[in-house]
Design a protein around this ligand. Structure first.
Ligand code: HEC
Length: 288
């Protein structure tokens, strides 16, 4: 690398650190240039290693309130698996909640290179990887991110005015399916979800929670056309949805028979597929 290019990269580093930390932490000395001219490793060392550590183990010298974890740990914070698409998105957009600024000013080749490098760190030689539990594996296979802690409270109402509280459903596995009236692929997966509920009658409860229509009757009219026989719910008190962090449609939350949040997924799924069946089987309460 020419000294001019190096100076440019270092200048950008200082800007990024200032933007990322905002507390005037001293910029770390740039590490020696990695051998072999690996552009991804170089970009990573310049822009990312300060927080993520030289090998992505989360042991960088800059420690934020929410420290960076090892890239080898699973599930990832931002999704179940470190796909190039996900790494690219996070690198570009950052995660404002944890103080990681987005890197929108990386050149296209540098972005490609650092994405590939992070993926390598996340998937190879991972001595610090958290041992994945069987449950975490089942979640990842089904496209779910692992959750912990109690599920947020939720009060739902259907078109007949019948109220359903999440807390009343303890003892059952609950699948909250957040859909939208304009989301055709959300509505398309409803028959398969309802078939699962039937197959596990009394042990699994599937609730189709409409996110963009506050009137249960109007929401029901939509399902009557797109998924006849399915029951629409809306939130009764406008308090819970924000806590469920529905950022894309459909979003599914799996809540255990003990009321604990198990996992969350975004995007339509094939609910007849084996990983989905195994995921449910893992947390279904025993048959009576
Ligand atoms: C100012 C500190 C900081 C810098 C600089 C930084 N990050 Fe991060 N990054 C974080 C924190 C904190 C997290 C959240 C980690 C967690 O919760 O496990 C994170 C998360 C991520 C994630 C998501 C990991 C997951 O578990 O979902 C990716 C991908 C990522 N960073 C890539 C990068 C890349 C690539 C760079 C350099 C171009 C970079 N970061 C620079 C602090 C930083």
């Amino acid at each position: 690398m020419s000294s001019r290019a190096f100076g440019r990269a270092f200048g950008a580093l200082a800007v990024v650190l200032a933007a990322g930390c905002g507390k005037g932490d001293p910029a770390p000395e740039p590490k020696a240039e990695p051998k072999g001219g690996d552009r991804g490793a170089l970009v990573y060392a310049q822009y990312c290693a300060g927080c993520h550590g030289p090998e992505g183990k989360g042991d960088g010298t800059i420690v934020l309130a929410q420290p960076a974890r090892s890239f080898a740990a699973r599930p990832w914070r931002t999704g179940p698996e470190p796909t190039p698409e996900l790494i690219r998105k996070v690198t570009l957009e950052g995660i404002s909640a944890v103080g990681m600024a987005g890197f929108r000013n990386l050149s296209a080749p540098d972005l490609d290179a650092v994405v590939a490098h992070v993926q390598k760190l996340a998937t190879t030689g991972a001595p610090t990887a958290r041992v994945q539990t069987e449950g975490a594996k089942a979640l990842a296979a089904a496209g779910f991110a692992e959750l912990a802690g109690p599920a947020p409270p939720l009060l739902l109402v259907d078109a007949r005015g019948t109220e359903t509280r999440l807390s009343q459903l303890s003892g059952k596995l609950v699948l909250l399916h957040f859909w939208g009236t304009g989301c055709a692929h959300c509505q398309k997966e409803i028959p398969a979800l309802d078939a699962l509920e039937k197959a596990h009658a009394g042990r699994l409860r599937v609730l189709h929670v409409c996110t963009d229509e506050p009137d249960a009757k109007a929401a029901q009219q939509v399902l009557d056309k797109s998924a006849p026989g399915a029951l629409a719910h809306v939130e009764a008190n406008d308090l819970g949805l924000a806590r469920y962090q529905v950022q894309s449609l459909p979003t599914v939350w799996l809540v255990g028979p003990d009321g604990g949040a198990i996992g969350k997924s975004g995007g339509a799924k094939d609910w007849t597929a084996e990983p989905q069946a195994q995921l449910l089987a893992r947390w279904l309460p025993p048959a009576k």
